[in-house]
Design a protein around this ligand. Structure first.
Ligand code: PMP
Length: 318
């Protein structure tokens, strides 16, 4: 997916032109994957552009950094403001935001002492991750032959660059075999997550999703869906899921900042339910899009206005 580039990227406290936002090839991150990052969206609402769950994304960025003993040389409020500034300076409305924290250029050994902690934030227009039809029709997925990182190998709760080497194996295998996405099992063979999404299934009116210890990232869309399910009075169980539950579920769907709430129509070519988006998925999608697009009151306080009190006209989002 080509990036629709914009004017500026925030790098270590300065706004630099997109084409000049470069790092040295000897940076620690290039060799050892030593980076953590976030992926979040801002949406166009009737009250103007709003960042979705900004504090939660910033908190997760700091948590990921802490796990890897990286000290971010800014405070969470400074990073939040830098994210908003990056959206504003590029005059974006609806967009995707990618803050990255990485070990930079300094020394070459595995021990990162001597390498700076660098921070960059990019914001750019980005449409539907799995294509616009995916949200209505659902996507075909396979169970990956690759296992998600075992506990005590790579920490799944950290959103680290290195974890996405595993995600790439899952994603490339799925695409090569004609699927939109792969679902990874954990080291015990229980359902974990997609290459970049959390997984949910519905059976008998109950929603199931794998718990924190089953090698998942604690997704912010996942937590939003759990809150919306509670609002709608739909029972939820966070518990381990055996692979075969996927095949006999009434509905399966994935969540993520990029994928939003995407139905799954088949797993390993076995149709799920009627092989199309199910009613619970649809209700949750509607509730989710109503909040983020400002059609229903933001009772959970998930939206942070981007341009409030700032006299800059935003350009049309994509
Ligand atoms: N799991 C993985 C591996 C991911 O990359 C993502 C996307 N960040 C998610 C789950 C979903 O997390 P979120 O809803 O916070 O985007």
């Amino acid at each position: 997916m080509a990036i629709d580039k914009v004017d500026h990227i925030w790098m270590n406290g300065k706004l630099v032109r997109w084409d000049d936002a470069k790092i040295h090839v000897m940076s620690h991150v290039v060799h050892y994957g030593s980076g953590v990052f976030e992926g979040m969206r801002a949406y166009e609402t009737p009250k103007g552009a709003a960042a979705f769950r900004l504090p939660e994304h910033v908190t997760r960025l700091f948590d990921s950094a802490k796990i890897y003993r990286m000290e971010i040389p800014y405070t969470p409020p400074q990073i939040s403001e830098a994210i908003l500034e990056t959206i504003r300076v590029n005059k974006l409305q609806s967009c995707y935001v990618r803050p990255v924290v990485y070990r930079g250029y300094g020394s070459i050994g595995v021990n990162p002492a001597g390498c700076p902690i660098d921070v960059a934030i990019a914001a750019f227009p980005w449409g539907k991750y799995l294509g616009p039809e995916a949200l209505e029709q659902g996507v075909a997925v396979r169970v990956a032959s690759w296992t998600r990182m075992a506990p005590n190998t790579f920490p799944a709760l950290a959103k680290s660059a290195a974890n996405y080497m595993n995600s790439q194996l899952i994603k490339m295998e799925a695409i090569a075999d004609g699927y939109a996405e792969g679902i990874a099992l954990d080291a015990r063979g229980l359902v974990s997550e997609g290459s970049g999404e959390n997984l949910f299934l519905v059976r008998g009116g109950v929603i199931y999703t794998p718990p924190m210890a089953d090698s998942v990232l604690l997704g912010i869309t996942r937590s939003s869906v759990l809150a919306l399910a509670a609002d709608l009075g739909i029972p939820v169980r966070e518990e381990s899921i055996p692979r075969e539950m996927l095949y006999i579920a009434d509905e399966v769907f994935m969540t993520g900042s990029a994928a939003e709430v995407t139905p799954i129509s088949s797993v390993d070519r076995i149709p799920i339910g009627k092989g199309a988006r199910g009613p619970v998925t649809r209700r949750l999608q509607e509730a989710f899009f109503d909040v983020i697009e400002g059609r229903r009151p933001d009772t959970h306080k998930w939206l942070t206005p981007v341009y409030e009190g700032v006299a800059v006209a935003g350009r049309a989002g994509k």
